[in-house]
Design a protein around this ligand. Structure first.
Ligand code: ATP
Ligand code: MG
Length: 299
């Protein structure tokens, strides 16, 4: 029975289960184990089951009536996240990032309009059958000398010269070659569609892009870390004006990756849902998890 003295339910952490453990084990995937060390209440979901569409199986180990929770785990498509949200709600667990907020932060077309003044100009298409025609229009619209290509979530930065960077966007053959190679490498994993982004010079001063990942909770930058690809590189970004964009996005828990352009201006390389953003090794995740588990559902 409810009473004014009843304590608000503790906010739990839902981690991916260890795929090597037994089907009943509550052991988290080692990649997320340190997240769980700082939370009072932890439950696990089966990411593999969720990806193959077996959502009931995925949430089987979540105790009934768990209450409010954040997910911390591998990336999910927006539609799988919506499946997860619904299955958890049926068990009395409320994800504090809604499925629509997840999609907005996770997919470039969701966050781009809000961050347009802070991030390289971008155009996208979801019509993969007509990419070649779109590319001509997109290149003209962007009007940039050079560009990079990615899908709505990921690039192939590992194949920078052949499937990511387009040094001469006006070169019809070159841009088609890079975009086609990108699509080929992504294959069935291509998420959402193709994005063309104006190239900006982030590496001129140092020879490498030095990024900071800022973790925002309820509009506050609760922690600033390295980018997980370069955990030893620490930079202090200028966040002026960014809080307004984060607030306008309307998602409770997001990350922004920032890099300093050669003219000194800090730019957003990408936005992400904080639940699926990787945390760099060698950095204490305690402050972030403590802030997350102290958060409560909207009144
Ligand atoms: N507009 C741009 N101009 C110049 N370089 C860029 C631009 N966009 C991205 N890059 C470079 O390409 C890399 C990959 O881009 P981005 O971070 O958008 O893709 P990703 O595959 O999602 O990477 P992550 O591993 O961070 O999730 C960035 O780290 C940055 O070095
Ligand atoms: Mg990135």
């Amino acid at each position: 029975m409810g009473s004014e003295f009843e304590e608000a339910p503790v906010t739990a952490l839902l981690l991916c289960s260890d795929p090597l453990a037994s089907a009943r084990s509550r052991r988290p995937d080692p990649h997320f184990a340190r997240d769980g060390e700082h939370a009072a209440t932890v439950a696990v979901i089966d990411h593999d089951a969720l990806v193959r569409g077996d959502v009931e199986d995925a949430v089987r180990r979540v105790p009934a009536g768990l209450g409010p929770a954040w997910y911390r785990g591998w990336m999910l498509t927006a539609s799988r996240y919506a499946d997860l949200e619904a299955a958890l709600a049926d068990r009395g667990c409320l994800l504090l990032t809604t499925a629509s907020a997840y999609a907005r932060a996770h997919e470039l077309p969701g966050w781009y309009p809000v961050f347009a003044g802070h991030t390289p100009a971008s155009v996208h298409t979801a019509d993969l059958a007509a990419v070649e025609d779109w590319l001509a229009r997109a290149a003209a619209e962007l009007g940039a000398e050079a560009a990079i290509v990615k899908d709505f979530v990921k690039s192939r930065k590992d194949a920078w010269d052949t499937a990511c960077h387009i040094p001469d966007l006006g070169d019809t053959e070159q841009r088609l070659r890079v975009v086609n190679r990108f699509m080929e490498l992504q294959g069935a994993d291509l998420y959402g569609g193709v994005v063309l982004r104006a190239f900006e010079d982030f590496a001129a001063a140092t020879g490498a892009t030095r990024q900071a990942r800022v973790w925002w909770l309820d509009g506050e930058p609760v922690q600033t870390t390295a980018h997980p690809d370069t955990p030893q590189v620490r930079v202090s970004p200028d966040l002026t004006g960014l809080d307004r964009a984060v607030a306008a996005l309307g998602c409770r828990f997001v990350t922004t990756d920032l890099a300093r352009r050669s003219d000194g201006v800090w730019r957003v390389i990408e936005v992400g849902d904080g639940q699926v953003s990787d945390f760099p090794s060698g950095t204490d995740i305690g402050p972030l998890i403590k802030a997350l588990t102290a958060a409560r559902p909207p009144a």
